[in-house]
Design a protein around this ligand. Structure first.
Ligand code: SF4
Length: 313
């Protein structure tokens, strides 16, 4: 057991603090061997074998506290574990608190802070919400709310909007970023809605995603906020919070969305999305933070010593 250039997982990678009984120790199994280390002090143990048929069995006892493994092997093992949804919760046993427990605390604290979070983009109906969300890309909601009343004066339904020229729409939305692209998308999506959907916004994720200028996140916002359907729209801000709170280690917003949906009950998705948006704006901005400033982080990670590193989506 053990590899020559090695790292001490217990000390260096998994548990910077004092020894705990719930520390996970990972060992590299000798070629196809099934030997367990001796002398136990751990309650969890990932047994890694190269065999494809027995890839990640987990034993609940480990006989030794400190084993050396090859650093490269450890990195690939961690990657594989993180990418293996059925085992992702087991990884949490390495920390002082499970991911599910952190999720519960986050939900409770956010509920105390924002019991009834309002929808930040002003709108009148699904169409005006859809347009407002398209306009909000790379732009603040405050700016969008300034511009949209004038846009609704120009046209507030798909057929009326499709009769307006791109130049007219652009003139109104010019103060926003990416205005020419957005004007083109708004006119085109309005035309499609008018001609193919009877002037209505479809309450259908797939149909929404096919509209110009409408990505998965925009479609999710419309499904949640216009139609009350369960969705968890994840943008870079939600992604950042999920990382900082240890709710996801996903490298993309897609993975983070999957992780959050798995952690929280469907009935809470829409509200939590809004609550996280408000918390991010108010407290947890994109600028660096050492992860010990707010009560939520202090509660989730009382032992945190090192600054958190956020992986950008
Ligand atoms: S302590 Fe930092 S990372 Fe944690 S919630 Fe506050 S601002 Fe965000």
């Amino acid at each position: 057991m053990g590899g020559a250039p090695g790292v001490n997982l217990h000390r260096d990678l998994l548990d910077p603090g004092p020894r705990r009984s719930d520390t996970i120790v990972m060992c590299r199994a000798s070629q196809g061997g099934n030997r367990m280390p001796r002398r136990s002090n751990c309650s969890a143990f990932f047994w890694w074998q190269p065999s494809p048929r027995r890839r990640w069995p987990v034993s609940d006892r480990c006989d030794a506290l400190q084993h050396l493994v090859d650093a490269g092997a450890f990195a690939s093992l961690m990657r594989a574990l993180v990418d293996t949804p059925s085992l992702s919760t087991s990884i949490e046993r390495s920390g002082p608190m499970r991911k599910q427990e952190r999720a519960k605390i986050v939900a409770e604290r956010l509920q105390e802070l924002y019991p009834n979070p309002p929808i930040p983009l002003r709108h009148r109906d699904p169409f005006t919400l859809l347009v407002a969300v398209v306009l909000s890309a790379q732009c603040t909601d405050k700016m969008v709310n300034k511009v949209t009343p004038k846009l609704w004066e120009l046209a507030d339904n798909p057929c009326a909007m499709s009769r307006r020229s791109e130049a007219e729409i652009l003139e109104v939305i010019r103060p926003l970023g990416l205005a020419p692209r957005k004007a083109k998308a708004i006119r085109e999506l309005s035309r499609i809605l008018c001609e193919e959907y009877d002037g209505q916004v479809p309450a259908d994720m797939e149909a929404l995603e096919k509209l110009p200028g409408v990505g998965h996140k925009t479609a999710s916002v419309v499904m949640a906020q216009a139609f009350g359907k369960p969705a968890f729209p994840v943008d870079t801000h939600i992604h950042r919070l999920a990382q900082r709170w240890g709710l996801s280690s996903g490298k993309s917003v897609t993975q983070t969305e999957k992780d959050l949906k798995r952690l929280f009950p469907e009935s809470e998705w829409n509200r939590l999305h809004l609550q996280m948006i408000y918390y991010g704006r108010e407290h947890c901005t994109a600028r660096g933070c050492d992860g010990r400033r707010c009560p939520i982080c202090r509660e989730l990670y009382p032992q945190r010593r090192k600054p958190v590193v956020t992986r950008k989506a």
